[in-house]
Design a protein around this ligand. Structure first.
Ligand code: HC1
Ligand code: SF4
Length: 582
């Protein structure tokens, strides 16, 4: 037995004081520690506690690094502890540039929160950095880096290494000069995939989403501009946490209403273009399978095809494994397909010139900003998707306009044409969802079985590597895999390289849990339980929908009938497919 603040606590050998304190309901402030990454470098020194051992010796230690032992008497807020924590917070502020009012993390900064927790009332060393200009690296399309805000918690290094297995972020220099680094301008990094997982875990605003809300607000207010807004499948189940709603609460109707209030002219659904993605990608897969069937190479070690909708994954392929490019579907992502059609088909159906349209997307993703800036996804120098806002920016925009999402009456999408989306498209928001959506359509087109209305359990859940078999009428047994995080993706890549991949089709998403864990979602510590709740909301939304398959979506059928012809037609290829940069 041991006690924490005089409360007896039970523990198992090896548990740290911090772990036991958390489990038994005692709060200890931390800045560098990050349980989801099993990360406790002990660099912030905020979790100090005073421990008196059974032999009567007493000392102040870091709770994250010190194991609790039999007979320990732990005091988390003795006078000595509080004095030392306050001094430590003061030291952290001494080389942190305090440009709080203009900081991306304003109001949600963990460093500020810790200052409040320790009762920081003296800032003798603050302002030391005010003598030189704050340098911000804004060279990346979706993210910004302000080294002077780094408190050396090393969480970003760990997220990049553990989640993505990339390890682009390093610690440069030593002592108080130590700071994380991308080895040059972030936007020129030869390995970074722009997934934003680093910014999601950064406790201060050192790594942050690039704020483009002003541009959106200008366009909403400009009568000469027709704003067409799409929002991603994951946005409706992730935004709520920014306003205190339950993780996973589906706020689709309220988001539509809020966008109208902001001044959006047309509010449409990325789920519609996700259904188009399935038509194109499914057609591609069927063509590949048919070719292999004719060649007699369909079984054993087939020609593996990977999904292409995640721009973090596409960046990884292009930058870190270009030999895999022939295995990637050429179909553009739903965001990009929506963007192309918003500047070609929509003007025809709305009867307005394309030049008037500004296409805005709201995404859970920082890499989508990067995707939208690709040369191939521009026409006449203009991006097809003119502006990508993350969930974080959308939440900030609502604050800026004083819009309370929860007080709005849910509204319907503008219709028709580009708003009807299927349950299959809703599934895109989570790992395994693109696969499940594709299987519903591909198996129907390949003569069965009918997977249209069932939950395909083998690809559900949060395991980083899932595999399954599907018996089809036309091709016999198809083998598929679903991975998220580049570390897991690299395992499949190795199999393909070594000619031992048994998979016909593989879904890859960069972020933990897929887009519901995207780098642009509500910031904070995204625990597994949060991801599970977001994921379950995706499954229940699909289950509640009448339209469950992409090929039965009448707005998609209309697109092909009135504009594109068949899936895979020359016009579909021109507008809905792409080439990758080697
Ligand atoms: Fe995603 Fe996708 S699922 S990539 O995460 O294919 O961002 O939600 O919009 O484009 O549909 C993101 C989500 C999103 C695309 C779709
Ligand atoms: Fe973006 Fe989703 Fe890919 Fe993450 S998983 S990089 S949020 S598309």
């Amino acid at each position: 037995l041991a006690t924490i603040n005089l409360q007896p606590v039970e523990f198992t050998e090896g548990e740290t004081i911090l772990e036991v304190a958390r489990r038994t309901g005692t709060f200890i402030p931390t800045l560098c520690e990050f349980a989801a990454l099993n990360h406790r470098p002990g660099t912030c020194r905020m979790c100090l506690v005073e421990v008196t051992r059974a032999d009567g010796t007493s000392r102040v230690v870091t709770a994250c690094e010190t194991r609790l032992v039999e007979g320990d008497v732990v005091d988390t807020y003795s006078h000595k502890v509080r004095r030392m924590q306050k001094l430590q917070a003061e030291l952290l502020f001494s080389d942190h540039c305090e440009t709080c009012s203009g900081c991306a993390r304003h109001g949600a900064c963990e460093l500020q929160k810790v200052a409040r927790v320790v009762g920081l009332d003296v800032t003798r060393l603050s302002g030391r950095l005010a003598t030189r200009p704050v340098e911000t690296d804004a060279s990346a399309n979706g993210l910004v880096f302000t080294p002077d805000k780094c408190i050396r918690c090393l969480r970003c290094i760990e997220a990049c290494r553990q989640v993505q297995g990339i390890g682009v972020i390093k610690l440069d220099h030593t002592g108080t000069n130590a700071a994380v680094s991308f080895g040059g301008p972030w936007g020129e990094s030869e390995t970074c995939i722009q997934c934003g997982q680093c910014a999601l875990v950064c406790p201060t605003g050192a790594l942050a989403v690039k704020d483009q809300t002003d541009c959106a607000l200008d366009w909403f207010d400009d009568p000469a501009v027709t704003t067409v807004v799409q929002f991603a499948p994951a946005v409706r189940v992730t935004i709520g946490e920014s306003i205190g709603a339950r993780p996973g609460e589906n706020l689709q109707g309220r988001i539509v209403a809020a966008l109208r209030k902001l001044g959006a002219d047309c509010v449409m659904d990325t789920r519609w273009s996700a259904d188009v993605t399935i038509m194109e990608e499914g057609t591609e897969l069927l063509e590949r399978l048919l070719r292999q069937k004719e060649e007699g190479t369909l079984h054993g070690h087939p020609d593996t095809m990977f999904t292409s909708c995640c721009p973090g994954w596409i960046n990884h392929i292009e930058k870190n494994c270009p030999d895999m490019i022939p295995h990637i579907s050429s179909t553009r992502s739903p965001q990009a397909i929506f963007g192309a059609l918003a500047k070609t088909w929509l003007p025809k159906t709305l009867g307005i010139p394309a030049e008037r349209i500004r296409s805005i997307s709201i995404m859970p993703c920082t890499a989508k900003k990067d995707e939208a800036a690709r040369e191939l996804l521009k026409h006449g120098g203009e991006q097809d998707v003119d502006l990508v806002l993350t969930v974080q920016e959308f939440a900030a925009m609502l604050d800026r306009r004083g819009i309370d999402l929860m007080s709005l009456e849910p509204a319907e999408f503008d219709s028709p044409f580009m708003s009807e989306g299927s349950g299959a498209a809703q599934l895109f928001a989570t790992t395994g969802g693109v696969m499940e959506a594709a299987l519903r359509t591909v198996s129907a087109l390949a003569g069965g079985p009918d997977l249209g209305r069932i939950a395909f359990e083998p690809v559900r859940g949060l395991a980083t590597f899932k595999e399954a078999e599907v018996e089809t009428e036309a091709f016999g047994k198809l083998r598929i895999a679903v991975v998220h995080g580049m570390r897991a993706a690299d395992e499949v890549i190795r199999m393909v390289r070594e000619g031992r991949s048994p998979y016909h089709f593989v879904e890859v998403m960069a972020c933990p849990g897929g887009c519901v864990g995207g780098g642009g979602t509500v910031r904070g510590i995204v625990w597994r339980s949060t991801l599970e709740r977001r994921q379950n909301a995706v499954y229940s939304t699909d289950a509640s929908m009448k339209l469950r398959t992409s090929h039965e979506n009448e707005d998609v059928v209309r697109l092909y009938r009135d504009f594109l012809g068949e899936p895979g037609s020359p016009l579909a290829h021109e507008l809905l497919h792409c080439e990758y940069r080697e």
